[in-house]
Write a protein that binds this ligand. Structure first.
Ligand SMILES: *[C@@H]1O[C@H](CO)[C@@H](O)[C@H](O)[C@H]1NC(C)=O
Ligand SMILES: *[C@@H]1O[C@H](CO)[C@@H](O)[C@H](O)[C@H]1NC(C)=O
Length: 394
């Protein structure tokens, strides 16, 4: 092929991309041609001042006592209707039934979908979108809802302030397998490639959440993917959820962002956005900064019991010491006595009196006397038997 032909092809390629741009179907990615740093060229809101994710610097958060626990609604009532799981080239998504929702916010929100962000299994330990004091988690789950009190549907809500509420769940690895996450992970092999979609058995979505839904970070932010609309009320839970290393590895290595028929396979990895400037925003906390230092009733009980045990232990020790001292004093006195007597023995050992048989004699006499007494008393008893006092008894 000659160079003019190549030129035409290149022009066609550019034209294709421009055409796609006009219909907002640009194939953005995390690190490719239209990577994170280029997003804002094609999606202006990605360059906004209220973007997500953010690094939560805990010393710069502000406690808001009015923030009550968020309440998942109907997360456990799946009604045995299968869920739809699909690969959209950027992540694995589960569509959520519209009867699921979220309470505990100023409006009622309706559930839309959940999806995950992760790393590449490398040693950098990154994968979550939100970070806490600069620390990444291994992965992050997002549960997306729209404000169904103010807006008729997701597409109307997603561009509006207070239009969306997203739950952010930080995922770390540990020893134990998390059975809740297997409800997703077990089916990833069926959506390996971009565009693939399967029905999966319904499951309790609440099993993916941390137990403590009362402690979280709250801030106003955006979608973390293009078009980055700044419409999200974010709730990032303080408690992190644990999955096993094997589960994380599966998530990190099983999916492709390429289509099944694409000759060049592209692993779907590192699908997290870097943290964005907080600018003028404040991250609020539902728990006070001191609440970590505040004591729960259990801890108070533990401390009271501990102190009591300590006091009892101390009393026992003090008593033991006092007793020991007394004992030693007595021992000391006895030793003095023994020592003095020993010395007298030593001095008088020649005149030591022989064992005296005299000691036995009085004992024998005593025994004899006792026998006599017994005999006499028994004799007296016998004499007393027919006493009138006894006869008068009946
Ligand atoms: C969402 O609501 C808007 C406004 O009522 C409407 O124009 C649009 O068609 C709806 N979109 C969908 C997908 O239902
Ligand atoms: C989010 O923005 C709204 C409207 O500007 C404001 O009332 C609210 O306090 C903000 N919430 C947070 C957590 O900053």
């Amino acid at each position: 092929m000659d160079s003019p032909g190549l030129f035409v092809l290149l022009c066609l390629g550019v034209f294709d991309q421009a055409a796609a741009s006009s219909v907002e179907e640009i194939t953005w990615s995390y690190s490719g041609l239209i990577g994170q740093s280029e997003w804002s060229e094609y999606f202006p809101e990605c360059g906004g001042t209220s973007q997500s994710p953010v690094d939560v610097i805990t010393t710069q958060t502000r406690f808001d006592p009015s923030l009550s626990p968020v309440t998942p609604l109907g997360y456990s009532q799946h009604g045995n209707q299968p869920f739809t799981l699909y690969n959209n080239r950027h992540t694995a998504i589960i569509e959520m039934p519209e009867w699921m929702g979220l309470g505990g916010l100023p409006w009622l929100f309706t559930a839309v979908q959940l999806h995950l962000h992760w790393g590449n299994g490398g040693s950098n330990q990154r994968g979550s979108e939100h970070t806490i004091n600069g620390m990444s988690a291994d992965a992050e789950l997002h549960v997306v809802h729209y404000n169904s009190e103010l807006y008729p549907n997701m597409s109307a809500a997603m561009t509006q302030k207070d239009g969306l509420a997203v739950l952010g769940i930080l995922i770390v690895t540990g020893e134990e397998t998390n059975p809740g996450f297997n409800n997703i992970l077990n089916y990833l092999s069926r959506i390996k490639h971009f565009g693939q979609k399967v029905f999966i058995p319904a499951f309790d979505i609440q099993s993916l959440l941390p137990e403590d839904l009362g402690r979280y970070y709250r801030y106003n932010g955006s979608l973390t993917t293009p078009p980055c609309y700044q419409s999200v009320i974010w709730t990032v839970f303080h408690e992190r959820v644990q999955i096993s290393k094997a589960q994380l590895l599966k998530l990190e290595t099983i999916l492709y962002s390429s289509k099944a028929e694409d000759p060049e396979k592209m692993l779907l990895q590192d699908n997290y956005r870097v943290t964005q400037a907080l600018n003028q925003r404040v991250v609020f906390t539902s728990f006070s900064a001191d609440s970590g230092k505040e004591l729960s009733s259990g801890e108070v009980t533990a401390i009271v019991i501990g102190v009591m045990c300590g006091c009892v232990g101390l009393a026992v020790i003090v008593r033991f010491i006092v007793k020991t001292i007394r004992f030693l004093k007595v021992l000391h006195l006895e030793t003095v006595v023994v020592n003095s007597s020993t010395s007298s023995w030593d001095v008088l050992h020649n005149n030591r009196p022989a064992p005296m048989p005299r000691i036995n004699e009085p004992e024998k006499e005593k025994q004899k006397k006792q026998e006599l007494v017994l005999n006499s008393s028994s004799a007296a008893d016998r004499k007393d038997e027919p006493s009138p006092s006894c006869k008068s008894e009946p």
